[in-house]
Design a protein around this ligand. Structure first.
Ligand code: OXD
Ligand code: MN
Length: 619
């Protein structure tokens, strides 16, 4: 409801006159908040106190906090997320393109008076390592009417009022991303129905993000997905300067030779990206190798002066999925959320009496004493309807938000403005019976082809045929901002400018035994053994076995010291099933044909692969 006599609240004096002030005034006039507050990261303690007093956060042990979002507001909404521009050529298969003018009118109407009674927080942020040449693409100002969004942004981005002064002094003060997040009445937005009134729009050619109808995660922390992925990938293409991808980034150091490599990798959700980014070496290799963490979700990559691909993580925190995170799957994450870290847990189970938190997979079974425990909806466990007895305590998409500086495996050069050179790019889906443990593909076009055909197996019968992939090109399906053919061209253009391009490889930790469905590879820390083989291949110290779909390791070349695994399982893990691959290639033909103007280099790799497979069994 819009008050009739709206008296615009005062914009704080520390917002210099100019484009930022105008931007705030414009949206305050539309959303009509009661007050406007400018945020700096140093305000965190006071804001935490305020959120605790208001009951928006609860204490979760020393220096840790718990928040619960509305039960209808617990995940990113892909259907309600659009990319809008003034150029219809930006329409792709996955980006839900709409004309900018239409979307702007719709959003202005939706946002009318929607922040009445609330505070508009002004969050100036940087999604980059300070000093990086890409920092000019990374400054943004998010206006939000939700305090927990502010607190999460402080953990996920570099938040500082200094950016406002820098913008005022800049020769191009208009060059910042304008973000507006308005929560709306999250209980009454018709989520998931035909009357769903949420709308999450990136107006890419105006560098503006307007999200209505959620205070949760990727819908609401605009610096993360909307800016650092969707908009940044658009900017990267527009300027020709860089790639912005949903990739993890890690370093591997051989302490004997002193050599360090860097690996970037794209994995569809639920394929273990955060666990891999934070992995520790297996015990048997721990004396020799060190794995360091740069980022678990986003990498910006560009051509360095030395002709190598460079990467940085634009984020300043980790917004990790809590489910199944424990000391075995991800000890570094457990350490990063320890007491005193300022971690915010969202939608996990919470104990009102002790302040403890719990999620499925945290321990093998739920806490034995249910006193004080509530599930993620806030319902006391002891009062849940008996028919809900087996319902999870935590929401499957429950999260922890912690600053990068809490990650003890953080690489010492993680905030080097120069970024780090990338030696290897891996793609990893979740595939039960076709993808070998690892295969190297040769050349830039083959790398792009492999990324574009990345996918995870449909897990529910309703999602698709058994074993058929839900394709997730480069793990960017929900974040693509322009047409896929142009996206592939831009990837090739960047790679072709490199004199020393990275090696591309595909990995699969999820192969199952045909006879009993058990996982053939132990995964987690043991995955380093596979990465080490890929790095050795790049360095020319192993050669592997060529197959029609790439080069796979030989059993002898894998460093398996300290690992008990059957030879038969290893053979299966490294086997390429030609018939299954031919079936996959037919699905890929349909998948790639959807993309307008896909570069011929990519089609050539596809045809070459099909021909190589056909040669295996001449009919
Ligand atoms: C995602 C995320 O939704 O990283 O992919 O939160
Ligand atoms: Mn992600």
């Amino acid at each position: 409801m819009t008050p009739q006599n709206f008296c615009a609240p005062q914009i704080p004096d520390n917002v210099p006159t100019g484009p930022v002030r105008d931007f705030i005034a414009h949206w305050a006039e539309i959303t009509r908040p009661d007050r406007i507050v400018v945020v700096d990261a140093s305000d965190d303690p006071g804001l935490l106190e305020k959120a605790l007093t208001a009951g928006e956060l609860r204490p979760a042990g020393e220096g840790r906090y718990y928040s619960r979002s509305h039960p209808r507001d617990t995940a990113r909404s892909e259907e309600r997320t659009v990319v809008a521009t003034s150029d219809p050529a930006d329409a792709g298969v996955y980006n839900n393109w709409r004309p900018a003018e239409e979307v702007k009118v719709e959003l202005s109407a939706l946002l009318q008076g929607e922040s009445a009674g609330k505070t508009m927080y002004v969050v100036p942020y940087l999604m980059a390592v300070p000093g990086s040449f890409l920092a000019r693409h990374a400054v943004g100002v998010e206006l939000t009417d939700d305090l927990t969004v502010v607190l999460q942004m402080i953990r996920m981005a570099r938040v500082s009022t200094n950016f406002l002064d820098e913008l005022a002094e800049s020769s191009d003060p208009g060059y910042f991303v304008r973000g507006v997040q308005v929560s709306g009445d999250t209980g009454n937005l018709g989520q998931g129905t035909d009357a769903d009134s949420r709308l999450f729009a990136t107006i890419a050619d105006e560098r503006t993000i307007i999200h209505y109808g959620s205070a949760y995660g990727g819908n609401a922390l605009l610096g993360k997905i909307a800016h650092a992925l969707r908009l940044a990938s658009y900017d990267g293409h527009r300027t020709g300067d860089f790639l912005a991808e949903q990739f993890m980034l890690l370093g591997v150091t051989d302490t004997v030779t002193g050599k360090t490599w860097h690996i970037a990798g794209g994995f569809p959700s639920a394929s273990g990206k955060t666990n891999l980014a934070m992995t520790l070496p297996p015990d048997a290799l721990g004396d020799r190798y060190r794995v360091t963490f740069y980022g678990d979700d986003i990498a910006w990559m560009w051509v360095g002066d030395d002709g190598r691909l460079y990467a940085m993580n634009p984020e300043h925190g980790v917004f990790g999925v809590a489910r199944d995170t424990n000391e075995r799957t991800n000890p570094a994450a457990m350490e990063a959320i320890r007491p005193g870290t300022g971690t915010i847990f969202t939608n996990v189970a919470y104990n009102d009496v002790t302040g403890e938190v719990w999620w499925e997979g945290r321990t093998p079974s739920t806490p034995a004493d249910t006193t004080g425990w509530r599930d993620w909806t806030g319902t006391p466990i002891d009062e849940r309807d008996p028919s809900d007895r087996d319902a999870p305590w935590a929401h499957p998409n429950s999260r922890f938000t912690t600053a990068l500086t809490n990650v003890t495996t953080l690489a010492p050069d993680s905030s080097a403005p120069s970024g780090v050179p990338v030696d290897l790019i891996i793609f990893g889906g979740r595939t039960r019976d076709r993808e070998p443990l690892a295969r190297v593909v040769e050349g830039n076009a083959a790398g792009v082809y492999d990324g574009l055909t990345l996918g995870a197996e449909a897990t529910f019968a309703a999602e698709g045929l058994d074993g058929q992939l839900r394709y997730d090109p480069m793990s960017m399906r929900p974040f693509l901002s322009y047409a896929e053919g142009d996206y592939a061209r831009h990837w090739l253009d960047i790679l072709d400018r490199l004199t020393t391009p990275p090696t591309f490889a595909h990995v699969n930790w999820f192969q199952r035994a045909p006879e009993d469905g058990r996982y053939l590879w132990p995964g987690f820390r043991e995955n380093l053994r596979v990465l080490l083989w890929l790095l050795a291949y790049r360095d020319g110290t192993v050669t592997g076995t060529p197959t029609p779909v790439g080069t796979v390791p030989t059993i002898e070349e894998l460093d398996l010291r300290g690992l008990t695994i059957q030879d038969a399982d290893l053979s299966q893990l490294l086997h390429v099933d030609t018939l299954r691959w031919e079936q996959e290639l037919r699905a890929r033909t349909e998948h790639l044909a959807e993309f307008r103007d896909l570069p011929d280099e990519v089609w050539q790799v596809h045809r070459r692969t099909a021909a190589a497979l056909a040669e295996e069994h001449p009919s």
